[in-house]
Design a protein around this ligand. Structure first.
Ligand SMILES: Nc1ncnc2c1ncn2[C@@H]1O[C@H](COP(=O)(O)OP(=O)(O)O)[C@@H](O)[C@H]1O
Ligand SMILES: N[C@@H](CC(=O)OP(=O)(O)O)C(=O)O
Length: 450
């Protein structure tokens, strides 16, 4: 049995819905279909999820949000009409939207989750209706009825382990299933959404719960590329990679698959196959425990901005017991989580998401560090990008770091930090954020075009 997930670009219009239907119907093993909200039809277009968030913001601000409500409904009206579905389908969508927007607005994030999840719900309802209209036995399944239980963290939920047991019976459903991605329910009954891009996570959870043979993730590219195709011209195609490699690359900036989608698939040992809705014949990329082609030392280069670093140095820091613990306690007390912590004998850097390190948080954290740790030097560097080269076993090969640093130097990218870490499958470089794209191109070209 296969679980397949179709992303927003795969469901952006009625034409895309038809492609999805054809792909699903081409293989009887495709029993569970997870869908995202309609995405962009073209570059300047807006994703339905973003329209729903704008609608939530408007209504929270006291406006009626009628313009944006009309934009949302017109996206679905176009799909309903072009698919030849009865207009009652649209009436149902409009009344669900109205009822939701009349819900409790006292908690901003909760209310926003309840609205932004509707894109997935409407996609799933319409795809199920279309399949039935075409004479096929498909049902829409609600995540609450199915038992997808999540932590009560609006916009940032995580699956609770009991979900797997609860979702297992979906395997035996007589009808094929259309399931909305991106959200579930907390134990207290609140609707909660995963982080953005989270329909990938829903698909992986379902694949693990029903022990699927494969989790097919349909998107709009023929395969995963060695670097973001929006940054590098003609990037190398990668047809195989391991979970560990993809996890690092997704974390570091490959938006093609959500990084938190890999864990459920990895735990249940279910291969993930990235495929193209617009070109289902293409080979795609298979992500599994091992790759057959061991020749490639590096499988990808990814990077992203929004980082900053707190840099501390203190003579004999290495002999001061509990220094790291106390530093991290200060970070934790400020409600921050840290991304990396490269260190030397007398110095340490703590890398944080820059958007979480606001000026007032910075002031509080630095004051405590000065008072409690008395560093010789303390400074904050903002505007950092992290870039990673990834490949299993790569760090055992001589010369990889040299080629990478050489390529960066040749492109006049200044290196602020290097961290090989313990994972042995990646090397991370800290650079100025304005250099990010230049650095991705340089690293891609040195490993894939030379
Ligand atoms: N290394 C990469 N390989 C392939 N695609 C990538 C990579 N990095 C970024 N992308 C982008 O990810 C996009 C697909 O992800 P996303 O927009 O989330 O799709 P979906 O709507 O199917 O969920 C591609 O269109 C591509 O621009
Ligand atoms: N629609 C949600 C969830 C998602 O996964 O979408 P997509 O498959 O288009 O990345 C979002 O935009 O975040």
């Amino acid at each position: 049995m296969k679980v397949c997930k179709f992303g927003g670009t795969s469901l952006a219009s009625a034409e895309q819905f038809r492609k999805v239907a054809n792909i699903v119907l081409a293989d009887d093993e495709r029993k569970i279909v997870v869908v995202s909200a309609p995405g962009k039809r073209n570059k300047p277009d807006t994703k339905v999820t973003d329209l729903l968030i704008a609608y939530a913001d408007a209504t929270l601000g006291g406006a009626d949000g009628e313009d944006v409500r009309q934009s949302i409904l017109s996206r679905f009206a176009e799909i309903v009409d072009d698919l030849g579905l009865p207009r009652e389908e649209l009436d149902t969508i409009a009344s669900i939207l109205t009822a939701r927007s009349a819900g409790d607005r006292s908690h901003r994030e909760r209310y926003t989750d309840s609205i932004k999840a509707l894109g997935e719900e409407f996609s799933a309802r319409l795809l199920a209706a279309y399949m039935r209209k075409e004479g096929h036995d498909f049902i829409y399944v609600d995540p609450k009825d199915a038992g997808l239980v999540l932590s009560d963290e609006p916009g940032n939920a995580q699956v609770l382990p009991e979900s797997y047991e609860r979702l297992r019976p979906l395997r035996d459903s007589a009808s094929r299933i259309i399931f909305p991605g991106f959200y579930g329910y907390a134990k207290n009954g609140n609707l909660v959404a995963f982080p953005r891009g989270g329909s990938d996570i829903t698909g992986a959870i379902l694949a693990a719960a029903v022990q699927a043979d494969v989790y097919e993730n349909f998107t709009d590219v023929d395969n995963v590329f060695a670097a973001d195709p929006r940054v590098v011209e003609r990037p190398a195609a990668i047809h195989e990679m391991t979970y560990a490699e993809m996890r690092e690359l997704s974390y570091a900036g490959f938006s093609v698959l959500h990084d938190e989608a890999l864990q459920p698939a990895f735990n249940a040992k279910i291969p993930v196959h990235i495929r193209n809705t617009n070109n289902p014949e293409s080979r795609g990329t298979l992500i599994s425990l091992e790759r057959h082609n061991q020749e490639l030392p590096v499988v990808g280069v990814a990077g992203s901005t929004d980082f900053c670093a707190i840099f501390l140095s203190k003579y004999l820091m290495n002999r001061e017991k509990g220094f790291g613990r106390r530093l991290l306690q200060i970070i934790e007390d400020a409600g921050l989580s840290y991304e990396h912590m490269p260190s030397g004998i007398d110095h340490v850097s703590v890398i944080l998401k820059e958007s979480t390190f606001t000026p007032d948080v910075e002031e509080r954290v630095l004051n405590r560090i000065r008072e409690e740790l008395q560093p010789d030097k303390l400074l904050v560097r903002r505007g950092i990008a992290l870039i990673m080269i990834v490949g299993d076993g790569m760090t055992q090969q001589i010369g990889i770091a040299k080629r990478a640093t050489g390529a960066l130097a040749d492109s006049s990218v200044n290196l602020e930090m290097i961290n090989q870490g313990a994972s042995e499958n990646s090397i991370m470089f800290g650079i100025r954020k304005d250099d990010l794209n230049k650095a991705i191109v340089a690293l891609h070209n040195v490993f894939f075009h030379e």
